[in-house]
Design a protein around this ligand. Structure first.
Ligand code: SF4
Ligand code: SF4
Ligand code: FES
Length: 829
């Protein structure tokens, strides 16, 4: 795309050739009314209110593309008439219940009705029964629905569940005379609207999706609402606290909407979570898992004194990555002062992987981010259960497939119907656990620049190839000669007689023949089907931007060092842009700030994890700490951004900073450490209060700042180890992963997230065993055992069971030693 000049209402602006006029206008702060269009999604032309005149012709701004020199007028007399009629139509049979509607005060129907000056109604049609539907966490009222289809579009183009669609309304046809008498676009919009309401793609009235709530968030009216928020508060009573979601490494922009708890209780309560849905899409954990604060905590001086004594006695601090950058820095400073070992196993694995990667890449951090991934058109994902490891990575993948006509390869041992359902252009390769090294060799073999890759590696990759003879069936055209009888007049006798004539025609014929083809042993070792080459060839047509996403299965792999080096080689010697999915909320921040140890000493402090003395924001330790939604600070996201977050809920207890001050550090507030974050590792010396947290109208993320990805010294050694081809896990297996919407013990505290704990098994897996949902089982690996209950999970297939970490009581850690997969025996008890 090239930069071009267009003129909107007399204002010269620059945009990209082919950009939708609406996006070009928005990016330049020019207002065009628009209801159905969602940025980052395909236009649906449901509302038609975005009509503009471009070079003298009426077009829809949301799907007309910018051309150099174009002249656009956003309002003409005719367009005004259309827009007013469109709003009148939207108001036909719309119940007058604004006083009790959840959207009142932030309703686009109210706003546009007022803006278009609708003070009378010229149109009518008999209403039909449009009773409400209870869809679990959502409530749909078709009576309020204006069928803009934003919910359908968000679910299809952003989320990828594709759970909603328009279904027949069953209404009478519009009065024929409207066709001639009313503005053309308003009539066409109404005619379509009058035929439909929203229903479920599964054909039932039971919504079975990944429950993100994005559809309700984009609904311009009160038709689709979060059940938990229904009739809870008027929009104008709520204050918005700008924040960053604390549940995974996506670091999504959110606002906690708060007001007093009740007439009798002036304490703030979070009523809902909102987002800038044009630019960021939340998952169910971010949207609904908001009330995880450590509530009703007061300053317990005795517990605080015990904490100080424990710190004096301790030689180790164990902690998780659900911690702000500032808290991580406090721990680092305490380590420097008192020599503590800092232990965080998951962040240490990620840190080691990053360092091993840097040895070859020469950069501290991977080069790409999820926005680039979303804008690319060929994606490979390796080593991550995307759906629950980082839902935004799944959304980026889906958006690339649906909006960019992209294609993708998803390498993961756990087969996932949600990922498979993203479209026809995604191929899941469910290889065996521990084969991730072979996957990366395959990626290098298929896409690496053989001219530039180290010669040894090229030779090694060539060793996987041989020739084999296969029998292929071809359709050829064959000439067939037929003798047909025809009637002809005998010239001598003048009589008609039957004669035999030869006629030839070409007919298709299937023939088998033997051909010599390339046999790539890497593909067969990974269990890929014979037609993989043909599929890949099809997928790669017209593709020009490539992204690789890698996840925690690689960081915890026994050969992670080699894997990190292979990943660096892919980034360096292929067209793929690389993004790594940090394991937990702030694993990247911790990996950059803390010098971590492997060994726990003789006496430990635990922060949000069990220690000899435990500090806990979950309220189950020896001294309470504030949860992320009660803190000011920063979190480092997958996009390498240092995002600010604010406290939505008050906290009356002690903080880590109080302990640090008592131990000799000096800072009045935790956020005084924001400007001290290590610049040597890419952070900036910037005050917390100066950090922005918003998106521009052009969709630019102006949140905190992006880490500087500094170059680091590298050796010239680019050697990698050969793969052990027999390395894999088979038989009964378990995988450390959470179900959708549950990420940690914090989400498990949230009232609206009701996933139960247990061993998650697919329906296929259960059918193949003598186990049933609800059975109590003993899961045993060489590392340990746990007793838990079977949960049937229809969002995975195959025979690998998931062991979630969100429930402390389950003690999932006992079953694994690093790598996320393990062989297990699962016995009924
Ligand atoms: S439910 Fe809301 S978002 Fe969906 S079509 Fe109706 S009005 Fe539009
Ligand atoms: S909650 Fe999310 S996944 Fe479910 S229907 Fe709405 S947008 Fe789709
Ligand atoms: S915003 Fe363009 S048709 Fe609805």
């Amino acid at each position: 795309m090239s930069t071009i000049n267009i003129n909107i209402d007399g204002k010269e602006i620059q945009t990209q050739e082919g950009e939708f006029l609406l996006n070009a206008a928005r990016a330049n702060d020019i207002y065009i009314p628009a209801i159905c269009y969602l940025s980052r999604c395909s236009p649906t032309l449901a509302c038609r209110i975005c009509l503009v005149e471009a070079d003298g012709k009426q077009v829809y701004a949301c799907n007309a593309k910018a051309k150099d020199g174009m002249s656009i007028t956003t309002t003409t007399e005719n367009i005004q008439k259309e827009r007013r009629a469109i709003m009148e139509v939207y108001d036909v049979n719309h119940p007058l219940q604004c006083g009790v509607c959840d959207q009142s005060g932030e309703c686009e129907l109210q706003n546009y009705t007022l803006e278009m000056g609708v003070d009378s109604q010229s149109y009518s049609v008999k209403d039909v029964d449009r009773s409400s539907h209870d869809w679990g966490h959502l409530h749909y009222d078709p009576g309020l629905c204006i069928v803009c289809e934003r919910c359908v579009t968000a679910c299809k183009d952003m989320i990828g569940d594709n759970s909603l669609k328009t279904i027949a309304r069953g209404a009478d046809a519009l009065n024929a005379e409207f066709k001639g008498s009313m503005p053309k676009d308003a009539y066409a919009m109404w005619n379509k609207l009058n035929k439909s309401v929203i229903g479920l793609t599964n054909g039932t009235d039971v919504l079975d999706c990944t429950s993100c709530g994005e559809c309700a968030s984009v609904c311009p009216v009160g038709a689709l609402v979060d059940t938990h928020f229904m009739y809870e508060s008027n929009a104008w009573e709520l204050s918005q606290v700008p924040a960053t979601c604390g549940h995974c490494s996506a670091g999504c922009q959110i606002s906690y909407d708060v007001k007093h708890t009740s007439i009798n209780n002036p304490e703030d309560k979070i009523y809902r979570v909102m987002n800038e849905w044009n630019y960021v899409s939340l998952c169910g954990a971010g949207r609904y898992g908001f009330d995880y604060q450590n509530a009703d905590v007061t300053k317990d001086k005795t517990a605080f004194n015990s904490a100080i004594e424990a710190f004096k006695k301790a030689d180790t601090i164990k902690f998780t990555s659900t911690i702000t950058n500032e808290e991580a820095l406090i721990l680092e400073k305490l380590k420097e002062k008192y020599g503590y070992k800092l232990v965080n196993t998951e962040a240490k694995a990620f840190q080691t992987f990053l360092n091993d990667y840097s040895d070859i890449s020469g950069t501290r951090l991977y080069g790409s981010n999820l926005k680039t991934t979303m804008n690319s058109n060929f994606i490979i994902s390796v080593g991550s259960a995307l759906k629950s490891d980082n839902p935004n990575a799944r959304y980026a993948l889906n958006n690339s497939l649906t909006v960019n006509k992209g294609a993708a390869l998803y390498f993961h041992p756990v087969s996932d119907p949600i990922i498979d359902g993203l479209g026809k252009n995604i191929l899941s390769i469910n290889h065996k656990p521990l084969q991730e090294e072979l996957v990366l060799y395959l990626v290098l073999d298929l896409f690496g620049d053989k001219e530039k890759l180290p010669a040894d590696l090229v030779e090694y990759l060539a060793s996987f190839h041989s020739k084999k003879t296969v029998t292929v069936t071809e359709t050829i055209k064959e000439k067939v000669v037929e003798i047909v009888k025809e009637k002809k007049v005998n010239e001598e006798t003048g009589e008609e007689e039957e004669v035999e004539v030869e006629k030839s025609k070409m007919v298709p014929k299937k023939v088998s023949k033997e051909v010599e083809v390339d046999d790539n042993r890497l593909a067969s070792l990974l269990g890929m089907s014979e037609d993989f080459d043909a599929t890949l060839e099809k997928f790669l047509k017209k593709k020009d931007s490539f992204s690789l996403m890698v996840g925690a299965d690689l960081y915890t792999h026994p050969n992670s060092k080699n894997l990190a080096r292979l990943v660096a080689l892919v980034e360096k010697y292929s067209k793929f842009e690389l993004v790594m999915i940090p394991t937990l909320t702030n694993s990247l921040g911790v990996a950059l700030i803390n010098e971590l140890s492997d060994e726990v000493g003789s006496y430990s402090i635990g922060y949000n994890t069990k220690g000899d003395f435990t500090l806990s924001a979950l309220g189950d330790g020896d001294l309470d700490m504030p949860a992320i939604n009660q803190q000011e600070g920063t979190l480092t996201s997958i996009n390498k951004r240092v995002n600010p977050t604010n406290a939505a809920i008050g906290y009356g207890g002690y903080t880590l900073n109080d302990i640090a001050n008592e131990l000799g550090l000096k800072a009045e507030l935790t956020v005084e450490y924001t400007k001290e974050l290590p610049t040597s590792h890419g952070f900036f010396s910037q005050d917390f209060d100066s950090l922005p947290n918003y998106y521009t109208n052009a969709g630019e993320e102006v949140r905190g700042y992006e880490l500087q990805n500094s170059a680091i010294e590298i050796s010239s050694d680019e050697s990698v180890e050969k793969a052990d081809e027999s390395l894999c896990l088979e038989g009964e297996l378990v995988y450390a992963a959470n179900p959708v919407r549950q990420f940690s013990r914090f989400t498990n505290k949230a009232t609206n997230l009701d996933e139960v704990s247990g061993l998650y098994m697919s329906e296929v897996n259960l059918a193949d065993s003598d186990l049933n949902e609800g059975d109590s089982v003993r899961v045993k690996t060489e590392n340990g055992e746990v007793v838990t209950t079977i949960v049937s999970d229809n969002k995975i297939t195959g025979n690998i069971a998931l062991v979630p970490s969100f429930d402390l009581k389950l003690n999932s850690e006992a079953l694994f030693s690093g790598y996320r997969f393990n062989s297990a025996s699962i016995q009924k008890v």
